[in-house]
Design a protein around this ligand. Sequence first.
Ligand SMILES: *Cc1c(COP(=O)(O)O)cnc(C)c1O
Length: 358
Amino acid sequence: MSPMFVPGPVDVAPEVLKEQTKPMLPHRSKDFEATFQGAIEKLRQVFYTQYRVFIMTNSGSGAQEAAVRNLANERVLSCVNGSFSKRWYDVAIANGKQADKIDNPWNQPIMPEQVEAALKQAKYDLITVVHNETSTGVMNPVKAIAEVVHRVSPDTMVAVDAVSSLSGAKIEMDAWGLDVLFTSSQKCLALPPGLALCAVNDRAMERAKNVPNRGWYFDFVLLEKHRVKDSTPMTPAMSLIFALDHQLNRILAEGLDNRFARHSAMAARTKEWADKKGWPLYAPEGYRSQTLTVVTNPPEFDLADFNKFLAARSLRLANGYGDLKGKTFRVAHMGEIQPSDLENLLAAFDEYLPAKGL
Ligand SMILES: *Cc1c(COP(=O)(O)O)cnc(C)c1O
């Protein structure tokens, strides 16, 4: 495997890739239903929830759409401090909702005080928060945000996108009072793209029943009707679900706490390296991602050239996102990436940079 330090799609373990070559079964057969149910039981552990987890055949953006369509009659408060949270706002608007933004500079976390002030200004059906902004490496204080929402505006549903952090950072859905929490397959879970995993609590299910125009494909009520029979309304991406089930076994065998510790150790190591280099991290102290580190580089650093150097070593690094391209680079240390892979990357930096006078 040639490690890609890129925030999705990430490397997938060969044995997980191989699960996708299993023969097809009728999707409404006992055998498939058993795999489906088993995967959901394991997902509940990873999400720290006693509630249902929908296995959806669509990418994470579909779960953003599902949250908006099922939980908001009208007004949505979108917390925006990066590209993926901005997308969720766009999704709300595209679905005809009346969405307002808390619009922060991209290096600023969403603070609970800001949420409190916004909730005192207007009544919202739903607040959308991205846990880990993959464009910036900022990790928002979701637990504190959810606390404020429940205190100030108990009827407002809390939906959280944890696409690039779930299973790499501990997010306790039920204990934190999150109503909807989702991820995609191709990031921290280290699976091929094509699935979203979306946990929905009972309160959110009740809300959905009373929201008109939920559509069909993303309707939580319809998904639930089939889930209780260990199935889905439409034909699911079965090969991906075979891979998911196997990968969840691997994740639980590693142990969730060990997995979180591995991710945070790699974040700490990347920071230590950047500090020594004198290259500042983009995200402020206290709000840094555990699964990806965004480093500000001097203008003389040419990532395309460095990636050529890395390619010879079967490594690959991600550029900054959008406006941050050229100014930052992103070290994704998530999923299958091991501390020893990270050491190889940092050693490559230490070989390359002095030769360029950096
Ligand atoms: C990648 C990403 C998305 C989009 O997910 P897709 O699976 O590509 O639709 C949404 N939110 C975050 C935080 C992401 O990193």
